[in-house]
Design a protein around this ligand. Structure first.
Ligand code: ZN
Length: 277
């Protein structure tokens, strides 16, 4: 698989982990830029970002996203910037309020499912609005597939033009009350993407201790990998991850093990059909 570079995405902050869980979780925009820079140097080529308020609660403030984008473009030139339109930071269209900033990518969940304590609501009209905004600002969606039906629906949106270009689909496993970490399901996801959307690229994310499990499965099966403190704050049961970069390094080691080159940001932009930086 030496001709198949592996794109490493670092999910730096998320909506949930706090400094009480791990002091290395970057909260302020300045901390986010510094943490991303280290992860970029370690091999990550996509930064998946949420922003937070000063009290660590989730925010959807476009001004914070704008400062983050500006800082990342300055300190991590070429890195792919992906903003989250996930549901924890705000309801409805506020989730896409930062899309006019035209990041390279944005996450897009095309259906609903349960989360640990509530429903992750992605009603059809909101999904259509978010995807229309992404077309308007030429943002490539990363489809967050929490369920098999999300893969099917993304393919439908791709075929009818609501999601143009080659699909990029992320399998998310291990969120409590959503799809568990299950190898047979993972293999079926890969098979389904290959069958329904042969041009698509895929990646995978695991939550908590299973982050490394999904990293291993994805790298060895020819997909791309997501890591970062958003999904997991530990190296092992006893050890907190000292940084986002430390989690990126674990994926780089897996790429070495399975003889896959780590994608440079130029290669990642090429694979994902993004504009040059
Ligand atoms: Zn996220």
């Amino acid at each position: 698989m030496s001709n198949n570079p592996c794109i490493i995405c670092v999910a730096i902050t998320g909506s949930v982990p706090t400094k009480a869980a791990n002091p290395a979780v970057p909260i302020s925009v300045e901390e986010q830029i510094e943490s991303t820079h280290e992860a970029f140097e370690a091999g990550a080529s996509i930064c998946h970002a949420h922003v937070r308020n000063d009290d660590e609660t989730p925010s959807s403030d476009p001004e914070k996203f704008a400062r983050l984008k500006e800082g990342l473009e300055k300190h991590c030139p070429g890195m792919i910037i992906q903003f989250s339109t996930g549901g924890r930071s705000g309801a409805g269209k506020t989730r896409g309020g930062m899309l006019p900033l035209a990041p390279d990518m944005a996450s897009l969940t095309v259906g609903s499912n349960n989360f640990p304590t509530r429903v992750y609501e992605n009603p059809p009209d909101l999904v259509d609005w978010l995807s229309a905004e992404m077309r308007e600002y030429k943002i490539k969606p990363e489809i967050e597939a929490f369920d098999l039906s999300h893969i099917h629906h993304a393919v439908k949106m791709n075929v009818d033009g609501r999601i143009p270009g080659k699909l990029y689909i992320q399998f998310v496993m291990g969120v409590k009350n959503a799809m568990p970490v299950d190898r047979d399901v993972f293999d079926y996801y890969v098979k389904t993407v290959k069958r329904l959307a042969p041009d698509a690229q895929w990646c995978a994310a695991g939550i908590g201790k299973d982050q490394i499990t999904l990293n291993d499965w994805a790298v060895s099966a020819g997909g791309h990998a997501r890591t970062g403190l958003e999904d997991n704050v530990r190296l092992d049961r006893e050890t907190l991850a000292p940084s986002n970069a430390a989690l990126v390094k674990r994926v780089v080691e897996l790429c070495d093990k399975y003889e896959r080159p780590v994608a440079t940001w130029q290669q990642a932009r090429d694979i994902l059909e993004l504009q040059p930086a």
